[in-house]
Design a protein. Structure first.
Length: 533
């Protein structure tokens, strides 16, 4: 595809703005709290935009459109469910995270349970970043660049890593958050433009409905649906969302940088409102592509978004869409890079070298991302062998690791009797069960289907499997906790559920405003979900 001077000018202007913001903040990082938590000075608008931008990756733009083209609006259940998960973060989890003044989620687990839980969760988190977030984002970004420019996939991925890594390594979380603020509005604007042009081509939403089967416009599917069974699409997605939205370092780290609990909570609520958009500006374009180029899209659903860019947009506007795609990709990648370096530095290096200086911690934080990036690039060729729907791959991997983590955190915060031995045992047993499911899925994708007694692992849709795993993990937490000694006072005080902690240090005006907005966004999400049930 040939871009004109206006397209290239838009792309160059985008990069100039991002690098200018990134390097401006690179001059301000002096301590580990400055580098990893932006000094705790971030306001609610920047927090909300950054959380949203960190979540909306290249996998969303390519993967949501691809899944929409394959199965319709059902994939939008992830977006609607996210609203309730984010509100759970705002009202249930954030007060305890902020009060404990932790840098990372594994650090919280150590305070609530034990050091073993911290080490286990750190390893699982780094694994998840490599095999879900970084590698999937790189594949999606490199895939679009390859289609548009003809550059080799691996070469495109390396270019994207280098471009993103420069300002992330230099500026830390401040650079990430404030570049996210720019990038969020760029890819929202670009996606709205692409959706509007596409709807015009198919005769509006009414024309879209007329051209596709009715089941494409239902988000609730039968219990035996292979991808979106109603049990998994409601409870399963919510449980996975608790892991992702409430315990994942990438998401929570932005809220930890808030100047107060009110700003952190307000930022999360802003994210909840922004999560109402993807169904319409990311999934619907996939349906549009299905109508316009049915054979090509059915052959490769992940081509939906690139086809829209290449065939619908007039020259001069393509640059904005590519810039918006790069914004989504780079914001997500930079967030993961920074959070990954935070985990490695604060949960591994500082534990081994507690006497390390602030300067040394920042240096380690800037240097540890390289190996993770190399491993992620090496994993890229494997992704399409597992699933031809990028977003489905991302969610299926998360489904097998999210259930035990969600069970541990929810039980740990809501039940004071939960113990460290129960948490570590659940993390290990649940992790092994999830790994077994992941391996059987990979083998099944390669043509091997006879797993003997392990065949039961693949007998359920992965979302239903997540619900079952969560139930088993909660059972393990309860039983093992009751069989082991009670946690010490310092392991529960200020770290488990209490109405006093939820309201502590929060201005009443902020509280009522946040509460009203939370109710409003829930009502809107339920209305949308019910309309497309």
């Amino acid at each position: 595809m040939h871009l004109n001077w206006l397209d290239w000018g838009t792309i160059i202007l985008y990069f100039a703005a991002v690098f200018a913001v990134g390097f401006y903040f690179s001059r301000r990082e002096r301590t580990s709290r400055d580098y990893f938590l932006a000094g705790g000075t971030v306001g609610w608008v920047a927090i909300g935009a950054s959380i949203f931008a960190s979540n909306i990756s290249a996998a969303h733009l390519v993967g949501l459109a691809g899944s929409g083209a394959s199965t319709g609006l059902a994939v939008g259940a992830y977006e609607m469910s996210a609203v309730f998960c984010i509100l759970t973060l705002a009202w249930v989890f954030l007060p305890y995270y902020l009060k404990s003044k932790v840098f990372t989620m594994p650090e919280y687990l150590e305070r609530r349970f034990n050091a073993g839980s911290r080490w286990g969760f750190t390893m699982v988190s780094i694994f998840a970043y490599i095999f879900t977030k970084i590698s999937v984002d790189l594949f999606a970004g490199a895939f679009l660049i390859q289609v548009v420019t003809g550059w080799p996939l691996i070469f495109s991925a390396i270019i994207l890593v280098l471009a993103t890594g420069v300002y992330t390594v230099a500026g830390g979380l401040s650079a990430v958050i404030y570049t996210d603020l720019i990038q969020a509005f760029i890819f929202i604007a670009g996606s709205i433009l692409l959706t509007a042009i596409g709807l015009d081509k198919v005769g509006g939403f009414a024309g879209l409905r007329a051209a596709l089967p009715p089941e494409f416009f239902h988000m609730i599917k039968p219990i035996n649906d292979p991808s979106y069974p109603w049990l998994g699409a409601t409870f399963g997605i919510f449980l996975l969302g608790v892991w992702y939205w409430c315990t994942d370092q990438v998401i929570v780290q932005r809220a930890l940088a808030g100047k107060s609990l009110s700003h952190a909570r307000g930022g999360a609520i802003l994210t909840a409102f922004l999560k109402l958009l993807p169904l319409f500006i990311f999934v619907v374009p996939g349906l549009i592509a299905r109508v316009l180029w049915q054979k090509e899209v059915q052959a490769n659903p992940d081509m939906s978004y690139p086809l829209l860019v290449m065939r619908l947009l007039p020259l001069g506007t393509v640059g904005l869409i590519i810039a918006s795609f790069l914004a989504a990709l780079m914001s997500s990648l930079s967030s993961v890079f920074n959070s990954c370096s935070t985990l490695i530095t604060m949960d591994i290096y500082r534990k081994i070298k507690p006497e390390a200086s602030e300067k040394k911690l920042v240096l380690v934080g800037r240097s540890t991302t390289v190996v993770i990036v190399i491993v992620s690039i090496a994993w890229i060729p494997m992704i399409h062998g597992i699933s031809n729907q990028l977003y489905q791959y991302l969610q299926s991997v998360q489904a097998v690791i999210g259930a035990p983590i969600a069970a541990i955190f929810l039980t740990g915060i809501l039940w004071k009797r939960a113990t460290g031995k129960a948490a570590l045992s659940t993390l290990i047993i649940g992790g092994l069960a999830g790994l077994a499911r992941f391996i059987t899925d990979v083998m099944a994708s390669r043509g091997y289907h006879n797993f003997g007694p392990f065949s039961i692992l693949t007998g359920y849709a992965f979302l239903n499997y997540a619900v079952i795993m969560f139930g088993i993990c909660v059972f393990l937490m309860v039983v093992i906790s009751l069989l082991t000694e009670k946690p010490r006072q310092e392991q529960v005080e200020g770290l488990t559920w209490s109405l006093d902690t939820v309201a502590e240090g929060v201005d009443k005006t902020w509280t009522w405003l946040n509460l009203g907005l939370s109710i409003l966004v829930m009502v809107v999400a339920i209305t949308i979900w019910a309309h497309f049930a």
